[in-house]
Design a binder for this molecule. Structure first.
Ligand SMILES: C[S@@+](CC[C@H](N)C(=O)[O-])C[C@H]1O[C@@H](n2cnc3c(N)ncnc32)[C@H](O)[C@@H]1O
Length: 134
């Protein structure tokens, strides 16, 4: 199975970012409610960078990770203040951070053959270790 190629990345970006756009105000509120008013947010499966743009616009640092080079190309355009890496969230090292997000159907994909219950369990353990205490 292949990651989003340029055509599908374009279609997602133009037609399917409504979910993350509508979710952004609630997500920002959630971060603030938990005392996370700045620092690094890692966005796993960042897609075309719509959430990264919201975060950097409010002073957060962002590392966006996506397996699709086409998505990352769009993300770099949309959120130039963020850092992006092409790779799988199942293997890209997670730096110490204030929060990890993953929005709009990401962990259900099987682009990476390590996907599945075990891969996800390992991912969530890595997320736990990467998060600053509290
Ligand atoms: C439905 S899109 C959501 C994108 C973005 N979070 C949003 O809400 O607009 C799913 C994204 O997950 C990415 N993805 C799927 N499996 C991945 C993996 N193992 N590692 C990194 N990204 C992955 C895809 O490339 C795609 O950009």
């Amino acid at each position: 199975m292949h990651a989003y190629a340029p055509d599908l990345a374009y279609i997602h970006d133009t037609g399917f970012t409504g979910f993350v756009q509508k979710a952004a105000p609630g997500l920002l509120r959630l971060l603030r409610q938990h005392g996370i008013r700045g620092g690094l947010v890692v966005d796993a499966g960042c897609g075309s960078g719509v959430w990264a743009r919201e975060l950097t616009g409010r002073g957060y640092d962002v590392l966006g990770i996506d397996i699709s080079p086409s998505m990352i190309r769009l993300a770099r355009r949309h959120a130039p203040a963020a850092t992006f890496r092409v790779g799988s969230f199942l293997s890209v090292p997670l730096p110490q951070c204030a929060a990890v997000t993953s929005i709009g159907e990401v962990v259900n994909y099987a682009f990476d053959r390590r996907s599945g219950i075990r891969g996800l369990a390992q991912f969530f353990r890595r997320v736990f270790r990467a998060l600053q205490p509290g």
